[in-house]
Design a protein around this ligand. Structure first.
Ligand code: MRU
Length: 363
């Protein structure tokens, strides 16, 4: 990767706005952006030890960053996909075969979150109009995700207060903050908004094996926001719920199917079962760009398996016997009957009262 910069520069730059949209939106952190003809991301593999910016100038660099989760989270990889196609348009100008294969590499870099293929596809549709039109569409997608995060924060905070009363204690899984979107977040944006309103008692962050998005990223974001939190191992979530220490579970999604099934980071399903057993709400927060009415139910979703290495070792340190058999599904499916409500940037769908997402009919 071509260029690395340190955290001070990142945060200075991202608070200053960008040339193409001149301070339209000012936020303390952007996870991903288009800067001077290339894509810049915060390298999420290095957090929380180091806040490092990676500059991705080629399609191969971008695809590799998505695959190794240097940029991750459904909305963020959607924006990465959009920028990836914009990069491809420049890199493969005059080479239609090279361009087609680059677009396909971007679109399929990870299979489960619908945002990636969908956003890459939106930009690919503009390719006949040239690289500038493609980039314009990618920037539009970035701005839509920024706006969505703000809408979800408001709608979700209102819902949580109506479900749990003032100052709930919320459990969350994986990372759904600014790192997983462009700014703000999905489920974690709701926590930020409740905190801003003085209406959040605190968070329980589930560590999220095997790559520790909860321990490394959510804990880091909660700390930066000044929100009190307790970090737990994944298996402790349902037990804390049973002891009355959690008022609601709030998570994001990588794909929400037409029937309301929620595909999200592996471990989510266990928290949903725990919430049901404890009689507390299980709320999913995700933008409309994650809602996939073309996928009837969770059974139809390709669940990424990330292979043995992540299960038997962490950052190169092995802890399982050599040759251990493994399974490493990166996501699981929470069936819609366990979901209290889905909050998007446009609406709140109360699955617990029989509301439906799309066609009005369960698949
Ligand atoms: O494998 P990851 O880290 O990309 O998985 C991310 C998640 O599962 C998030 O919960 C989901 O993308 C929602 S993020 C706003």
């Amino acid at each position: 990767l071509k260029q690395e910069r340190d955290s001070t520069q990142v945060f200075d730059r991202v608070t200053g706005g960008h040339g193409d949209d001149v301070n339209r939106y000012v936020e303390p952190m952007r996870t991903i952006d288009w800067v001077d003809g290339a894509v810049e991301i915060i390298d999420q593999t290095a957090l929380p030890d180091e806040t490092r910016i990676l500059r991705l100038s080629t399609v191969d660099e971008l695809v590799e960053a998505v695959r190794r989760l240097a940029v991750r989270g459904a909305p963020a990889i959607g924006v990465a996909g959009a920028f990836g196609v914009a990069l491809a348009a420049r890199q493969f100008a005059g080479d239609p075969d090279g361009l087609a294969s680059a677009v396909e590499r971007v679109r399929t870099a990870r299979p489960t979150a619908v945002n990636l293929a969908r956003c890459a596809g939106r930009v690919a549709d503009r390719l006949p109009d040239g690289p500038d039109a493609a980039l314009k569409e990618a920037l539009r997608i970035r701005d839509e995700e920024i706006d969505s995060a703000e809408q979800m924060a408001q709608l979700g905070a209102d819902l949580l207060v109506s479900l749990c009363g003032e100052r709930p204690r919320l459990l969350t899984h994986c990372n759904t903050g600014a790192l997983a979107t462009v700014t703000g977040g999905t489920a974690l944006a709701v926590a930020f908004e409740l905190h801003r309103r003085g209406a959040l008692a605190g968070m329980v962050a589930s560590e999220t094996r095997p790559l520790l998005q909860g321990a490394r990223l959510t804990a880091w974001e909660l700390g930066r926001a000044g929100i009190p939190y307790r970090l737990i191992v994944d298996g402790a979530g349902p037990f804390l719920m049973s002891r009355g220490e959690v008022d609601a579970v709030i998570v994001g999604a990588d794909r929400i199917c037409a029937n309301g099934d929620v595909v999200n980071k592996v471990g989510t399903y266990a928290h949903a079962l725990g919430a049901r057993a404890a009689g507390i709400p299980f709320v999913v927060v995700a933008p409309e760009s994650t809602v996939d009415l073309d996928t009837p139910s969770g059974d139809a979703v390709e669940i990424e398996d990330r292979g043995a290495a992540e299960v038997v070792a962490f950052r190169g340190v092995a802890f399982a016997p050599e040759g251990a058999g493994t399974a490493n599904p990166a996501f699981d499916v929470t069936p819609y009957p366990l979901v209290t409500a889905i909050v998007t940037d446009r609406r709140v769908i109360r699955l617990d009262t029989g509301e439906v997402l799309g066609s009005g009919r369960r698949q």
